[in-house]
Design a protein around this ligand. Sequence first.
Ligand SMILES: NC(=O)c1ccc[n+]([C@@H]2O[C@H](COP(=O)([O-])OP(=O)(O)OC[C@H]3O[C@@H](n4cnc5c(N)ncnc54)[C@H](OP(=O)(O)O)[C@@H]3O)[C@@H](O)[C@H]2O)c1
Length: 266
Amino acid sequence: MLKRVGLVGATGWMGALIGQALLSGNRLRPEQLSCLNRSTANAGYAAYPAVRWAANFSELIEHSDTLILSVRPEQFRDANFYCGDKLVISLMAGIPMKELAERTGASRIIRAMPNAAAEIGRSFTPWFASPETAETDRHIATCILETIGTAQQLDDEQQLNFLTGLSGAGPAYIALLISALSQAAMNIGIPKEIALKAATATGVDAGEILSKTNKGTETVIQQYLDYDGVIAAALKAAEAGGFHASINNALLAASRKVSDMESQAD
Ligand SMILES: NC(=O)c1ccc[n+]([C@@H]2O[C@H](COP(=O)([O-])OP(=O)(O)OC[C@H]3O[C@@H](n4cnc5c(N)ncnc54)[C@H](OP(=O)(O)O)[C@@H]3O)[C@@H](O)[C@H]2O)c1
């Protein structure tokens, strides 16, 4: 299925996760992968001497059927990555399909947004495909993205931009919640170390419990509200304090930021 893949930004944080997952998961033989960066460093690929390191983009494209673009948006705008009739998979935030098509000359394009859980092989990666992609192209994208977790096709590019600020945030919101929980504990005099341990365990275990029991968050919340005890009091106070509204505002702010990034194209 996967023939030859060219990875631009192969040594970056996200590029290396994808590159190494493709190789270690045996989705790709090392000789099928060509990599590119500017510094010529190839850290992380020592175990795969057959991987090709291209000297420039033209050389990369010569040896690739599918191009994965994993550079930062501003680096993409400064470079000239003409991809012609190749399949392009962009992992970049804030570079819309229209701009990708204009700058790369490609029409078969897939925009994907992995998250930090790629580090543990559990990225939830939404993706959106241009209408010119064929079923085999979308299959190739799924095959590549599933090396770092699960992939979810979307039928609207705006949804991808919104999810950039949601799943793309990785651990950010849960880290914020854990920080707020531990701060509240410290406010009443609980030592920092204990406060952090309690809040972190609560946050980390919650994810595990929710995914294992598969009850759904609404059911879990309703069970606490129906019990009408200590936690119901806390949940009602959080809601009265604008908890949902605050999260909604956070995601709208992220979405506006993505729009700002998109409008920075010259
Ligand atoms: N961070 C996240 O949570 C996340 C999540 C999903 C998607 N993304 C997206 O993933 C992309 C990469 O982010 P990152 O955090 O992995 O960035 P990064 O760690 O800075 O990596 C950038 C990579 O691109 C290479 N590079 C830069 N300019 C280049 C050029 N002109 N030609 C060839 N290679 C070039 C860099 O190597 P040299 O310096 O050696 O050239 C490096 O390997 C971004 O567009 C981001 O929006 C990030």
